[in-house]
Design a protein around this ligand. Structure first.
Ligand code: AKG
Ligand code: FE2
Length: 295
């Protein structure tokens, strides 16, 4: 086993959209520190708060390693209890704990939207602003909840919004995917936190950045950046996977590099939205399966 040296992700408070597009989009990750600090969600949200709003809501949990895709369904209230158990009796080693992963909670619990206003839509391309709340996918979990190294399936840009608790990200440069021993299109065999360089020697060439993301922060990751994410406490986050014109086009040619064919369809739809500015409701019907498919 080996410890590799990691560079820090750039951190900015008050990064204006123009500077963000000039210096970071399609180039490198950046942490927008406290960008959400004024929103009610950043102080109000906790796992009990969610489960009291919708105790009987059925939620799909991922169990074991996320890449395996195994799920069980429970209620939000039961999941809250499970998180309390993990906090009270932290497991020592073994598989990561069950994780509520990739759920469109703003559609499932519409009351949550008010806690996120005024949402900073000005960083998103126009297509993703109206209405912004159809795009987020939530991640809610106990300390130790982990998503192992992967890149996002449509090769979108990623805004990651942290509202409660904190997470540690390890981020690999998109060009260094060739050192990551990937399988099933986007998953890596490498344990990025504790790489076994005798099995995965090329990984020592990967450029890795690290970042602590805390409640109120927004992290940007460019398309194709691989990321490993660990919750350091009970945590509530959501992301928006978005395209600009460049990434939408690259998302079409990615089938040549092994992207599953059905991603081509979703990238066509999102690209159509980005290029034409059509309101999302006109393409919501064909797009809907995407929101239950990404992982
Ligand atoms: O927060 C996590 O566990 C995973 C986040 C992630 O992979 C993403 O936002 O694409
Ligand atoms: Fe991801």
């Amino acid at each position: 086993m080996a410890t590799l040296s990691h560079a820090a992700v750039d951190v900015h408070e008050n990064l204006e959209p123009a500077a963000f597009y000039r210096d970071y989009v399609n180039a490198k990750p950046v942490l927008m520190k406290n960008a959400l600090a004024g929103l009610p969600a950043a102080t109000r949200w906790s796992i009990p708060y969610l489960s009291e709003l919708a105790p009987d809501l059925p939620v799909r949990l991922k169990v074991g390693y996320i890449a395996r895709g195994e799920t069980v369904t429970t209620t939000l209230k039961e999941y809250g209890r499970l998180v309390d158990d993990v906090v009270a009796n932290p497991p020592s080693g073994g598989e990561p704990p069950p994780y509520l992963h990739d759920l469109p909670l703003f559609s499932m619990i519409p009351e949550l939207r008010a806690d996120m206003e005024p949402f900073p839509t000005e960083y998103l391309p126009r297509f993703f602003r109206r209405p912004w709340w159809v795009f987020p996918q939530f991640f809610v979990g106990p300390p130790g909840a982990t998503t192992t190294l992967h890149f996002d399936t449509l090769q979108t840009h990623n805004f990651f919004y942290q509202l409660h608790g904190s997470k540690r990200f390890l981020i690999v440069h998109p060009e260094d995917r060739k050192y990551c021993y990937t399988y099933n299109w986007r998953w890596s065999h490498v344990d990025a936190e504790n790489p076994d360089l005798s099995r995965h020697p090329l990984f020592q060439r990967a450029r890795i950045q690290t970042c602590l993301v805390e409640a109120g922060d927004v992290l940007y990751m460019p398309p194709g950046a691989l990321h490993h994410v660990r919750s350091l406490s009970p945590s509530i986050s959501f992301n928006i996977d978005w395209h600009d014109r460049h990434s939408a086009l690259r998302g079409l040619t990615a089938v040549r590099h092994g992207m599953p064919r059905r991603n081509l369809w979703y990238n066509l739809l999102l690209g159509f939205g980005v290029y034409t500015g059509v309101p999302v409701r006109y393409i919501m019907t064909p797009l809907r399966p995407y929101f239950t498919y990404i992982s």
